[in-house]
Design a binder for this molecule. Structure first.
Ligand code: ADP
Length: 662
C-alpha cells in the first residue's frame, strides 16, 4: 500500500486551522449591525453593556429580556439569529468620540444607563495566527527541502547537501569483468614501459622497499585529447589488479566554498581505505592551473584551495601507503610548478599522437570486434590518417561499420573505411547540393590551382587527391599528406605552404579575373601561418630570432609583449611574406594555366582525382624529384639528423588539409 504523502498531511492540517478560524464560532456568532439599530435599543433600555475593542469595534450585550424578545420575533430575520449568551451584536464605530456623543444622546432618552468598557486586544486568535503564518510557511518549506534532499541522498548517486563534500569517484574494482589491460592499448610503447614500472611498484612494493627506494606517488600523463591517456590509466589498474578510483578535475569544482578541498580530502580517505589502489584524476588542469595568475580577475580562491589541499594530500600520505595518483592533462605547461616537483607528480609520461605504425596497431585493436570483408590493409589506412588520435581512429572504425550497415553490406569493406576517413576529416558528403555549372567549374579551377602549386613546389606536402564533392562547409578539397617522418619544419617549407594556400584563389583570379569570397579559410590559414612564422618561429630576418610564443599560457592577453614599433614591423613582414608567396604561386599558375584547366575538366568529369591523374597532367611532382635526387625512394625515412623538436602545433596542423572553397 502506498504511504500517504507528507504533503497531504501538511495540507490537511493547514485546511483544518483555516477552517477553525473561519467557522469556529459557528452559530453563536454575533449579528453584524449598525448604530441605527443599536441606538434604538439603547433608547429602549435593552442594552446592558457595550465593549469597544481596539477603538473600532463595538460589541453589544443585550439584556436577557431583550434577547428573548428578538429571538422570538419572527418578523426580523437577522436579529432572530442573535446568540443567547455573550455578545449579541457587533458594529464598527467611526471614532470613539462620535460613538460617545451618539451614546450620550441616546442614553438621555433611555430609562437605564449603558455600561461602556474599552478594551485593547492585541493577541486575539486571528492576529496570532497571522503573525504565525510566515513561520509556519518557513518551517514548511524547510521541511520540504530537507525531505527532498534526504531522498536525493538516498538515491545512490550521492546528491544532497550533506554529501556535497564527498568525492564522487567512480570505482572500478579489480574483479570487475570489463578489465582493460595493456593489450587494449595499441602503441605507446615507451609510455607503457614507464607506466609498467608503476604497476610493478604496486605489485612488488616490498622489493623496492627492501632496497630503501621510495615509491613514486604520482605520474602525469600528458598528451593531446583522445590519445588514450584514460585508457592507459585504466590498463594500469587492470594490470596491477588493484582498485581504480577515477574522477575528473572538474568534479572538485562546486558552487560552494570549501567543497573542492573537502572532496580532495575525502578522495584520499577513500583511497587509503582501498590501498593499494590507483587514483586517476582526468583533466587535472581544471584544478591544477598555476596559482596566483589573474587572481584579481577571476577571484578563483576556491580553485587554489583545492589545489593546495591536493598538494598537501600528496605530500601527506606515506610513500609506502600504496596509493598512486595518475593524472591526465593536455596542458602540462599551464600546471602549477608545485604539482610537478619531485614527490608529487614526479614522472611525466608523454602520450603523443600515434605515428603510422602505432596507428596501424590502433586500427588492429578497433577492427577486432568488426566483421571485415577480407583482409584490410591496416598500414594503408594508417597512411591515410596522419594526425589522427586513437579516439579518431576508434571513430573511423565505428563510422565505417555504420556506413557498411547503411549500404546493407554483410561485412565492412575497405571503401567503407575510406569513406569514413573522408567523412571524419571533411564532414558529411553533400552530393545533392544545388550548384550551378559555373560554380562547379570555379570550384574545380580553385582546387586545381591548389593542387598545381603544391605539386610544383618541392617542400610542400605531397598531394594525395583532389575532390570537388561538397562536404561539410567546403565545396571541394585538395588533400595532402604531410611527410610522417619529416619532423624538421623549415621556413622554406612554410613559405611554400603559403603559396599552396594562395594557389586556389590565384587560379580563379587568372581564369576569371575576379576574386571569390570562397577562399576565406585559405586566407585565414595563410595569414595565421605567416604570423606564426614571424612572431613564434623567428623566421623573419627583419624581426630576428625572437619568439613571442608563451608556452605557459600565463601571459595576460591585454598587453602585447612587443612595442608599437615592433608591431608595425611584424605586420610589414607578414605582408611581405604573403606578397612573396603570392608572387610565387602566381608565377606557377600563369605558367601552368593550361594544365590547371585540363585538371579542372577532369575534376568535373570524375569529381575526385588522385595523384596518378595529376602526374599524368603535370609530370612527376617536385617533391618526388627532390626525394629522388636525395637518393631516397619516396616515403623512406630520412635520418633525423638533429634532435630538433617538432614545431608547436600553433601553425603546423598535421591533418590532411582540405584547402577548400567555402
Ligand atoms: P584521453 O583520455 O587521452 O583524452 P581516452 O583514453 O579517453 O583519451 O581515449 C578515447 C578512446 O580512444 C578510447 O576509449 C579508445 O577507444 C581510443 N583509443 C585512444 N588511444 C588508443 C590506443 N592507443 N589504443 C587503442 N585505443 C585507443
Amino acid at each position: 500500500m502506498p504511504r500517504p504523502s507528507w504533503m497531504w498531511i501538511y495540507g490537511l492540517v493547514g485546511a483544518f486551522i483555516l477552517g477553525w478560524w473561519f467557522f469556529a464560532d459557528g452559530n453563536d456568532a454575533p449579528v453584524p449591525s449598525s448604530w441605527t439599530t443599536v441606538g434604538r435599543m439603547v433608547e429602549q433600555g435593552e442594552v446592558k453593556k457595550i465593549v469597544v475593542v481596539n477603538r473600532e469595534l463595538a460589541q453589544v450585550y443585550l439584556t436577557d429580556e431583550a434577547v428573548r424578545k428578538y429571538r422570538d420575533d419572527k418578523s426580523d430575520k437577522q436579529l432572530r439569529h442573535m446568540p443567547e449568551t455573550g455578545m449579541q451584536l457587533t458594529y464598527t464605530i467611526g471614532s470613539v468620540d462620535s460613538f460617545r456623543e451618539d451614546l450620550k444622546a441616546a442614553e438621555a432618552r433611555a430609562e437605564r444607563p449603558v455600561e461602556v468598557e474599552y478594551e485593547n486586544r492585541k493577541n486575539d486568535w486571528g492576529s496570532a495566527l497571522v503573525s504565525l503564518l510566515p513561520w509556519v510557511l518557513i518551517i514548511g518549506v524547510w521541511f520540504f527541502i530537507m525531505r527532498s534532499m534526504a531522498r536525493n541522498a538516498g538515491g545512490g548517486a550521492g546528491g544532497g547537501i550533506m554529501n556535497v563534500g564527498k568525492a564522487r569517484a567512480q570505482v572500478f574494482d579489480k574483479d570487475s569483468s570489463k578489465r582493460i589491460t595493456f593489450k587494449d592499448v595499441a602503441g605507446h610503447e615507451e609510455a607503457k614501459v614507464e607506466i609498467m614500472e608503476i604497476v610493478d611498484f604496486l605489485k612488488k612494493a616490498d622489493k623496492y622497499r627492501e632496497l630503501g627506494a621510495k615509491i613514486p606517488r604520482g605520474a602525469l600523463l600528458v598528451g593531446p585529447p583522445g590519445t588514450g591517456k584514460t585508457l592507459l590509466a585504466k590498463a594500469v589498474a587492470g594490470e596491477a589488479n588493484v582498485p581504480f578510483l577515477s574522477l575528473s578535475g572538474s568534479d572538485f569544482v562546486e558552487m560552494f566554498v570549501g567543497v573542492g578541498a573537502s572532496r580532495v580530502r575525502d578522495l584520499f580517505e577513500q583511497a587509503k581505505q582501498k590501498a593499494p589502489c590507483i587514483v586517476f584524476i582526468d583533466e587535472i588542469d581544471a584544478i591544477g592551473r598555476a596559482r596566483g595568475k589573474n587572481a584579481g580577475f577571476s577571484g578563483n580562491d576556491e580553485r587554489e584551495n583545492t589545489l593546495n589541499q591536493l598538494l598537501t594530500e600528496m605530500d601527506g600520505f606515506q610513500t609506502n601507503s600504496g596509493v598512486i595518483v595518475l593524472a591526465a592533462t593536455n596542458r602540462a605547461d599551464i600546471l602549477d610548478k608545485a604539482l610537478m616537483r619531485a614527490g608529487r607528480f614526479d614522472r611525466q609520461i608523454e602520450v603523443g599522437l600515434p605515428d603510422a605504425k602505432e596507428r596501424a596497431a590502433i586500427f588492429e585493436v578497433h577492427m577486432r570486434p568488426l566483421k571485415l570483408d577480407g583482409e584490410i590493409d591496416r598500414s594503408f589506412l594508417a597512411k591515410q590518417t596522419p594526425g589522427f588520435s586513437g579516439a579518431d581512429i576508434a571513430n573511423v572504425c565505428n563510422e565505417a561499420a555504420l556506413i557498411a550497415a547503411r549500404h546493407d553490406r554483410k561485412a565492412v569493406t575497405r571503401a567503407d573505411f575510406m569513406a569514413a576517413i573522408d567523412r571524419i576529416v571533411g564532414g558529411l558528403e553533400k552530393p545533392n547540393m544545388p550548384m550551378t555549372a559555373a560554380d562547379r567549374r570555379a570550384t574545380a579551377i580553385h582546387e586545381a590551382g591548389h593542387a598545381t602549386v603544391m605539386w610544383s613546389l618541392a617542400e610542400c606536402d605531397p598531394v594525395l587527391k583532389v575532390t570537388v564533392v561538397p562536404r561539410g562547409r567546403s565545396l571541394g578539397a585538395t588533400w595532402s599528406v604531410p611527410d610522417e617522418d619529416r619532423i624538421h619544419v623549415t621556413d622554406a617549407g612554410l613559405r611554400e605552404e603559403l603559396a599552396g594556400l594562395l594557389g586556389g584563389r590565384i587560379a580563379e583570379e587568372v581564369n576569371y579575373g575576379t576574386l571569390g569570397a570562397g577562399a576565406l579559410s585559405d586566407l585565414e590559414r595563410a595569414t595565421k601561418t605567416a604570423y606564426a612564422m614571424v612572431v613564434y618561429y623567428g623566421m623573419s630576418k627583419k624581426i630576428g630570432p625572437i619568439s613571442f610564443y608563451d608556452s605557459t599560457g600565463t601571459r595576460d592577453t591585454f598587453t602585447k609583449p612587443f612595442s608599437e614599433q615592433t608591431a608595425h614591423e611584424i605586420d610589414s613582414e607578414v605582408r611581405r611574406m604573403l606578397d612573396e608567396a603570392y608572387a610565387c604561386a602566381r608565377r606557377i599558375v600563369e605558367q601552368k594555366n593550361r594544365q590547371i584547366n585540363e585538371m579542372a575538366d577532369l575534376l568535373l568529369e570524375k569529381e575526385t582525382i588522385y595523384a596518378e591523374d595529376i602526374e599524368r597532367i603535370l609530370g612527376p611532382s617536385a617533391h618526388a624529384e627532390k626525394e629522388e635526387k636525395a637518393g631516397r625512394p619516396d616515403g623512406a625515412a630520412p635520418a633525423a639528423s638533429d634532435a630538433a623538436a617538432p614545431a608547436p602545433a600553433a601553425a603546423a596542423e598535421p591533418e590532411p588539409e582540405p584547402a577548400g572553397l567555402e
